[in-house]
Design a protein around this ligand. Sequence first.
Ligand SMILES: [Zn+2]
Length: 356
Amino acid sequence: MFKITLTSSMMILSLTTSTAVMAEQKLNVISSFSILGDLVSQVGQEHITVTNLVKVDGDAHVFNPTPQDAKAIAKAQLVVTNGLQFEGWMPRLIEAANYQGVQVIATNGIDVLSTKEEHEHHDDEHAHHDDEHAHHDDKHAHHDDEHEHYDDEHEHHDDEHAHHDDEHAHHDDEHAHHDHGDIDPHAWHSIKNVKAYIHNIAKGLIQVDPANTDDYQKNAKDYIQKLDKLELKINAQLATVPKTQRKVITPHDAFGYFARDFNVTFLAPQGTSTGSEASAADVAKLIKQIRHDKVNAVFMENIADNRLIEQISRETGAKMGGKLYSDALSSPDQPAATYLKMMQYNVDTIVNALQP
Ligand SMILES: [Zn+2]
């Protein structure tokens, strides 16, 4: 009896296998996180299967890869990552998997946003806060050494910085978000950038699977048309909100590119990574600024611990505007299951909360 069952199931198995071989062998693609995974799916469509390492509603900043993730990468024909140091855990994982295949860094060639510029912009806007910011600038002064714009004006600080170097190095280890240097990795919140993502993804797929070049090119073109349409719609929606109202708070600094493209000011108690907690001083300063600038709404994030944001809402009276999807998509039954849906949902949520 047992023998018969085994034989028949083996027959089914071999039938299934030969059918699969007769049909197209799908490319096995690994994407580092869900937002990127959707973009890869849009270009690859029926020719690929995509596995996301960081799942929906997951936080890539603090992701811990498992041996299963290394196994999945070892079996892949293409690995797609965001780059800009978003996936700090990736190089080790690629090495552990001994992956030798093609890798695509989706942000290649995009217009990168530096967090340093953001601070400077911020300073210009709030000139009357100079004294407070001066303190803040000292904290970040060790970053200046790396910058070309480090000019004569600052030269008299050199000695001071020199003997602080060790201290700062230690400080950097403790606070991982400072390790991002001056690069903001959240480039997908710019639709312009995502068009570059799509081009890079299509290039990678074509390199690995040239037989389907026409399909990948057509899919990329179709999707970029959808992005163009969405971009126009978002601009029209945001135009209904007066510029002075366009100030919002989120838990971590994930929306710098959105801010740049769509002219909305985002403030956050945490930096561009969720890897370390906001200090009490940072929170106190933010609360002061919310009151001063009359910021109307604070938002939760799908990937974040939202207790601090709730506290800030309570202390300032700024209303809770809802939840934004920052670094991950939602599950299929929630409103941000694809990139297009995520962007639309975020804009709807922001515009709704900011209506005068
Ligand atoms: Zn983030």
